[in-house]
Design a binder for this molecule. Structure first.
Ligand code: ADP
Ligand code: MG
Length: 235
């Protein structure tokens, strides 16, 4: 490839510096042309009870926008939680994965020198705690109801300082309608978790209703952001 005034090496360096193929962007400095959306997310996350749903085509930059926004809005001492949905995962697996992210962090920072099991039971949560065991075997149980799912998130929030931001990505991979309905039901209840817990959902769709099956109250809670492909001049 030849571009006037730029050597091939310089061109390569420029590309390497500004693009991270298959690597989502995490910081606003590198996220081009998305200020309008970051502002919309900012406004929504400063309104009580509002959550975010980013949708659009494959590769338009949904994950990058979501992760960047999550880093901006998370509490200063903790990273946001990122969970991609899998083809075989259902609602319960995804919430369990969110919970297990906390175990990883706890183990990283609080691993007891004795090597004994972590005490992760939080009595305030009605005994729906964590199975204590040897380090590495502690796990959040898969929630069987929406209420238990909310408890998992409360547990995660209690383990964090400041605001908890959870990114649930690749929602289009959840194929079963009943699993999508559980998400819609869950979303309806997120505001009961308080203002220090916020969710950013992402998925490939041309309309959010494709992913949530037209759940009206979920729509009231969600700030939906349709992402278009970046224009060349933004890059
Ligand atoms: N705003 C942006 N500015 C520059 N590059 C971007 C931007 N958004 C995404 N990219 C790049 O485009 C590619 C696809 O982005 P990604 O966030 O993974 O898209 P999606 O989640 O919609 O599939 C990634 O390599 C990412 O680094
Ligand atoms: Mg993505």
């Amino acid at each position: 490839m030849s571009i006037p005034h730029i050597s091939e090496d310089n061109f390569r360096a420029l590309i390497a510096e500004n693009f991270t193929p298959s690597d989502e962007i995490r910081t606003p400095e590198r996220l081009f042309g998305r200020q309008k959306h970051l502002t919309a997310i900012d406004r929504a996350l400063n309104s009580p009870g509002r959550q975010i749903f980013v949708y659009g085509d494959r590769g338009v930059g949904k994950s990058s926008l979501a992760i960047t926004a999550a880093f901006i809005h998370t509490g200063s001492t903790s990273e946001p939680i990122y969970v991609p949905c899998g083809r075989l995962s259902g609602f319960s697996d995804v919430i369990q994965a969110v919970g297990n992210k906390t175990i990883d962090i706890v183990e990283r920072f609080e691993k007891p020198a004795t090597g004994r099991g972590l005490n992760l039971n939080v009595p305030a949560f009605g005994g729906f705690g964590v199975t204590a065991g040897t380090p590495g075997s502690s796990a959040i149980p898969a929630p069987t109801t929406i209420d238990e799912a909310l408890d998992v998130i409360r547990y995660v929030a209690a383990k964090r300082q400041g605001r908890l931001v959870v990114v649930i990505d690749e929602m289009e991979r959840i194929e079963k309608v009943e699993e999508r309905d559980k998400f819609a039901e869950f979303i309806k209840n997120i505001p009961t978790l308080g203002n220090e817990v916020r969710f950013i959902f992402c998925g490939i769709a041309s309309d959010v209703n494709e992913l949530l099956n037209a759940h009206p109250s979920a729509g009231r809670i969600l700030e939906t952001i349709q992402l278009e492909r970046l224009r060349h001049d933004a890059l």
